[in-house]
Design a protein around this ligand. Structure first.
Ligand SMILES: [Zn+2]
Length: 143
């Protein structure tokens, strides 16, 4: 009897038989079912983009934050072969940063009143909203 397997990434469904297993190119990546190599690549990239803060918050790295980091790394002369790996390390070592109330209010208004948390490491400031790292700034010219 065939059961249905569902891609953990895109939700694609396919019949799965005991005998022949899942249809090609279905594969299992870190105990997740993925329906295609494109979904496998996307799944691995998502895993790679999981960040953790010093106070144990699990964050997702957004495209925007990665782009800003890559851009500003060039600007500050930080050479990185793999920006995701470098970013993960920096975020892990960053300390929560308390902005003063005037700056906080200004930022709240320019963010469209979205409450954000800030983490700092060296010249870097990481802006966190909910469970996402939404952007990366350098602290000397974006106060
Ligand atoms: Zn899929």
């Amino acid at each position: 009897m065939a059961r249905i397997v569902r891609c953990d990434l895109c939700g694609n469904e396919a019949p799965f038989s005991r005998k022949s297993g899942a249809p090609k190119p279905w594969e299992v990546v870190e105990s997740k079912d993925v329906c295609s190599s494109a979904c496998a690549i996307e799944f691995r990239e998502r895993e790679r983009r999981k960040l953790e803060t010093v106070d144990g918050r699990a964050l997702r790295l957004t495209d925007h934050a990665l782009a800003r980091f890559t851009e500003r790394a060039v600007y500050v002369g930080l050479e990185t072969r793999d920006p995701v790996v470098t970013l993960r390390r920096l975020v892990k070592s960053a300390r929560p940063e308390e902005l003063d109330s005037i700056r906080k209010t200004k930022r709240l208004l320019s963010n469209g009143c979205t409450q954000a948390d800030y983490y700092a490491s060296g010249v870097w400031r990481f802006v966190v909203v909910g469970t996402e790292l939404v952007t990366v700034e350098t602290r000397n010219h974006h106060n």
